[in-house]
Design a protein around this ligand. Structure first.
Ligand code: CA
Length: 226
């Protein structure tokens, strides 16, 4: 049984999450402030930590920093208050594996939990810095360079690239991308995926009209050849 530790001071939220996660077979424990959360995570060594950012005693960033120093293998999903890129990027820089924006749907969080646990289990954690030709992507610092010049990629674009790299050489459908990169948060459609891919190609491909990294598989989806 996989153990999940929830670190969150809103008790109603913890109760609801605990109930729903236990119903799906996870073993769930909780801590209600950052200090207790840190201690509990190090004692119990859970398979996953769900970490709120706004916490008494120690905030989510401090907890994240402490866990990544003391026990870096424990994956962390951060709960951020709103979709603020700065917050998300800081969390990811500190080593969080994924994030979910409040308010979130249960299905979205479940999809994220499954994805993170799957990545850990199959060992497909992406190296910190990934090189493809003249492209260099750092998934820890969330920055990217092309021909040594900084590229400005959004958190979503990093997520898309991360997923492509995990499934390099395989055909990835638009639905796969929607499920893994967008989760269930906003019911985007497959056209959203195409729009994001087009933008990403503008940034990373030598010739976006003749892409060689993200190749279209007509009627099916995409294939990443990096
Ligand atoms: Ca909170």
């Amino acid at each position: 049984m996989e153990k999940i530790l929830i670190i969150e001071d809103e008790r109603d939220m913890v109760t609801g999450l605990k109930f729903n996660l236990e119903a799906r077979g996870y073993h769930v424990t909780a801590a209600y402030d950052g200090e207790a959360g840190c201690r509990k995570a190090l004692d119990e060594q859970p398979d996953l930590v769900i970490l709120d950012l706004m916490l008494p005693k120690k905030n989510g960033y401090e907890v994240c920093r402490c866990l990544k120093e003391e026990s870096p293998a424990i994956p962390i999903i951060m709960l951020t208050a709103k979709s603020q890129e700065a917050e998300i990027v800081t969390g990811l820089e500190l080593g969080a594996d994924d994030y979910v924006t409040k308010p979130f749907g249960l299905l979205e969080l479940l999809a994220r939990i499954k994805a993170v646990l799957r990545r850990v289990k199959t060992g497909t954690r992406i190296p910190e810095t990934y090189h493809i030709g003249d492209l260099e992507i750092n998934f820890r610092k969330y920055n990217a360079l092309k021909r040594r010049k900084p590229l400005s990629l959004s958190p979503r674009e990093f997520e898309i690239l991360k997923y492509f790299i995990e499934r390099r050489g395989e055909i990835v459908s638009r639905e796969d991308l929607l499920n893994h990169v967008w989760g269930y948060e906003t019911f985007p459609n497959t056209r959203t995926v195409d729009t994001h891919i087009a933008k990403l190609r503008q940034k990373i491909e030598d010739d976006p009209e003749q892409p060689t990294l993200i190749v279209t598989m007509h009627g099916i989806g995409y294939k990443f050849l990096g």
